[in-house]
Design a binder for this molecule. Structure first.
Ligand code: URP
Ligand code: ZN
Ligand code: ZN
Ligand code: ZN
Length: 499
């Protein structure tokens, strides 16, 4: 285990910043303070962080590494995906174990563990998807929450016939999440309308990537978002809306929060950093490279709008939905946009994109940056303060961040497995110069020191306080009660028997 002394940086947490040294030993933060003196300098790696920020490592709560999807498998595996993550200052990911309809959730969880454990270069956790409903699913959710460290379950309202569940299934799954102390997550798009819209586009001869956006306009996302919030609220279950892509869906979430609902919105790097005008690009492969669901929106004001809501607290965390396919894989849909594998990159670039569009732009400060890139995620998924904070006792997942340095994002220099980057050419202020994962320097000035399997699965306890304190109190005080009244003793009309 390395001993590391980070000297003279500006330590930034979600609530405050201070110039301080940070001392790391045995994978943990052992001391934070001015002018620390380690017990001995023998074997201590000293890192000068003056004029730099010392941040909690980023947590990306939404990735799909080596995901078998739409007839192929996403290109970034758990090795390359987590390696790219640490290069960008992210030290933990939360991926999704997704069973097919009729299949066991626990088996899916075990399968994803067997893929990830030998390959991850940083810590990780798993959400599990509920793609169908039965007593067995209900029981398995409980086992996963109590024995396997899974406290979040994702339900798809889209991908009709594959992963999509209906309102009653959502109601059942949300009720069980609430019972076992989990967070319900939704992919919020109206899958029936998308299926009908896709048929219509194809009948109009629209087979290219623009059809992907045209068959799922914003209201298809906003409607499903409101429906999910309504169902979750009816059972007092906390809800987390993944990949919020549109102004209208974000507004639905903001309004619900203003009405006091327990709902969190997750915009992603793609939606904050680029837009859906690319679907009309003349080059098919360029347009197809941007296909993801829900789609990037053609309204170019969308990224700015989402960032404003993220800055003011209407939206809560940032993720990536990293699910990469190269151009040959995307070409599965060269004649039919419904067959283009859905997904884009982001795990490497999220921190820089959020810094550039959020902090450099003046929309948020360095503390809010930490809140939306790690702390809030750690709180919602019950990882805090082990993750998402620079403090004594926390895991030594740390990024030394140069807020003045710039880098130009490009597929030519990125560390992801694909030949395309949706942020190509974007100049970002804010660069991860050193990344420390589990107390080990894994990336420094462009050089990796990673090994497959160095990361660990991080189990998460149910009933995160940050979320469930309010839920519990509401259960106690918001139960409807019958009106106490004298029984009606008057006449009742006679109803003739039917038939
Ligand atoms: O296009 C996307 N988002 N691909 C990954 C699967 C999902 O819906 O999150
Ligand atoms: Zn999704
Ligand atoms: Zn373009
Ligand atoms: Zn996803």
């Amino acid at each position: 285990m390395q001993k590391i002394w980070i000297r003279g940086g500006r330590v930034v947490n979600a609530d405050c910043s201070q110039v301080a040294d940070v001392y790391v030993e045995d994978g943990k933060i052992k001391a934070v303070g001015s002018h620390l003196q380690p017990p001995s300098l023998a074997g201590v790696q000293v890192i000068d962080a003056s004029n730099k920020l010392v941040l909690p490592g980023g947590i990306d709560p939404h990735t799909h590494l080596q995901f078998p999807f739409m007839g192929t498998q996403s290109k970034d595996d758990f090795y390359q995906g987590t390696k790219a993550a640490v290069a960008g200052g992210t030290t933990m990911i939360i991926d999704f174990a997704i069973p097919h309809k009729g299949c066991s959730l626990i088996e899916a969880y075990e399968r994803w563990r067997s893929w990830a454990d030998p390959k991850v270069c940083c810590d990780y956790a798993l959400h599990v998807a509920v793609t169908w409903w039965s007593d067995k699913v209900k029981e398995e959710m409980k086992t996963l929450a109590q024995e396997k460290g899974v406290n979040s379950f994702k339900m798809f309202m889209a991908y009709k016939g594959v992963y999509m569940v209906g309102d009653l299934e959502l109601h059942s799954a949300f009720s069980q999440c609430k019972q076992i102390g989990a967070i319900a997550q939704v992919h919020a798009e109206n899958g029936d309308l998308i299926a009908e819209g896709a048929k219509k586009m194809l009948s109009l001869g629209i087979t290219g990537p623009e059809g992907h956006q045209l068959c799922r306009p914003e209201e298809v996302e906003a409607e499903a978002t409101l429906r999910a919030i309504t169902i979750a609220n009816s059972v007092n279950c906390p809800l987390y809306v993944v990949h919020v892509m549109s102004k209208s869906a974000a507004t639905v979430i903001a309004d619900a929060r203003r009405q006091g609902k327990v709902v969190y919105g997750e915009p992603i790097a793609a939606g904050l950093g680029t837009d859906g005008t690319h679907y009309w690009h003349k080059e098919w492969s360029h347009a197809a490279a941007h296909v993801m669901g829900p789609p990037l929106r053609p309204d170019p004001a969308t990224p700015d709008f989402l960032m404003n809501l993220l800055a003011n607290g209407d939206l809560t965390v940032t993720a990536t939905d990293n699910c990469t396919f190269d151009i040959c894989q995307k070409a599965l849909g060269k004649d039919d946009f419904t067959k283009i594998p859905n997904g884009v990159n982001g795990v490497e670039d999220r921190m820089s994109v959020v810094w550039e569009k959020g902090v450099h732009s003046g929309k948020m400060d360095e503390n809010r940056f930490v809140a939306v890139t790690s702390t809030n995620t750690a709180k919602i998924f019950n990882l805090y303060p082990r993750k998402g904070r620079i403090a004594v006792g926390s895991d030594a997942d740390i990024v030394i961040w140069d807020p003045k340095a710039t880098r130009t994002i490009s597929a030519k220099t990125h560390h992801q497995a694909i030949d395309f980057n949706i942020f190509e050419g974007m100049v970002c202020h804010g660069v991860a110069v050193v990344t420390i994962s589990r107390g080990k320097v894994v990336y420094q000035n462009g050089v990796f020191h990673v090994a497959a399997g160095d990361g660990r699965y991080v189990p998460r306890e149910p009933f995160p306080e940050y979320v469930y304190k309010r839920i519990r109190q509401r259960d106690q005080v918001c139960q409807p009660v019958p009106v106490q009244r004298a029984p009606y003793v008057g006449k009742v009309i006679a109803v003739a028997a039917e038939g």
